[in-house]
Design a protein around this ligand. Structure first.
Ligand code: DHB
Ligand code: FE
Length: 284
């Protein structure tokens, strides 16, 4: 049977992709951010997950305001990336896991999550930057040795957005679907984006450290204390783009075993954003 071995949260901002491309890991601005990652990379190296379910938000590359599904899932052999205008060089395609994708889609629809299935899907920085951070050798590895990925896209761009509770329940349904997949696979679930940030308007640059630290603590052992936050609460407390925290809640919902925090890091700011990193182990 497939099983979820852990969950990871990470910022996804485009500037990280540029810092990786320009090899700025030891630059004084970037070092405290990148220094958070080695324990997570070591865990991935030890654990060797077969598939990463990446819960992220598309910011206008694959979906735009004309068509905006609340929840969508990739079901492709591979996912391409494209120039979004952030100066990021498009990356080689990401390997898919279509059989598990279709199993998730069937499980979610059976549980009344009417997801949009995507047999073609462009993945933007919300997906590509975290995969590049967590699998830095991917682009130099032969395709059959690369991590297989499933993009799960949640609308955080066009209101109304799904609530933290709805996203947590989506994660729980993903967790049940993975557990009923007959193949013996190790799965890691990644929630990208967050923590507090606001990119535009009067509050541009807004960061709320006490709120972020509360979320980083509660999501580990008491995630249900966060499910009654509304989207308005999140926008007020974490900024308009801080609503990306719903992606973390979906990740956390998928971990229904014994959850242990193995590592965490919080760094402000990178670009306009509070960067939060968590590594949660999910034991049977
Ligand atoms: C930034 C943050 C984001 O979440 C994003 O999608 C793009 C940019 C930033 O802080 O620069
Ligand atoms: Fe974002």
């Amino acid at each position: 049977m497939a099983r979820i071995v852990g969950g990871i949260t990470t910022s996804h901002i485009p500037a990280i992709g540029n810092a990786i491309a320009k090899n700025l890991r030891d630059d004084p601005y970037w070092k405290p951010f990148f220094d958070g990652y080695p324990p997570v990379l070591e865990w991935l190296d030890r654990t060797q997950p077969d598939v990463a379910i990446v819960i992220y938000n598309d910011h206008g590359l694959n979906f735009f305001l004309d068509k905006m599904p609340t929840f969508s899932i990739g079901a492709a052999q591979e996912y391409r990336n494209a120039d979004e205008g952030w100066g990021l060089t498009p990356l080689p395609p990401f390997r898919g896991a279509p059989e598990l994708s279709w199993h998730l889609i069937e499980g979610l629809v059976a549980e009344e999550f009417d997801v949009t299935s995507c047999q073609e899907m462009l993945v933007d920085h919300g997906f590509a930057v975290p995969v590049s951070l967590l699998w830095p050798d991917r682009t130099t590895t032969a395709p059959e040795g690369q991590i297989r990925t499933i993009p799960v896209c949640v609308n955080t761009v066009q209101h109304p957005l799904p609530s933290p509770k709805r996203c947590y329940k989506l994660g729980q349904a993903i967790g049940r679907a993975v557990a009923s997949f007959p193949e013996d696979l190790k799965v890691v679930v990644i929630g990208t984006g967050g923590l507090s940030h606001q990119l535009d308007g009067e509050r541009a640059g807004f960061i709320n450290k006490p709120f972020d630290l509360m979320c980083l603590e509660k999501i580990v052992d008491d995630p249900e204390s966060l499910i009654d936050l509304s989207i308005h609460d999140l926008v007020r407390e974490a900024g308009a783009q801080g609503a990306e925290f719903i992606l973390w809640m979906a990740m956390r919902g998928a971990l229904q075993g014994q959850v242990t925090k193995l590592h965490g890091n919080y760094h402000i700011p990178i670009s306009n954003t509070a960067a939060g990193l968590l590594l949660l182990e999910n034991a049977a």
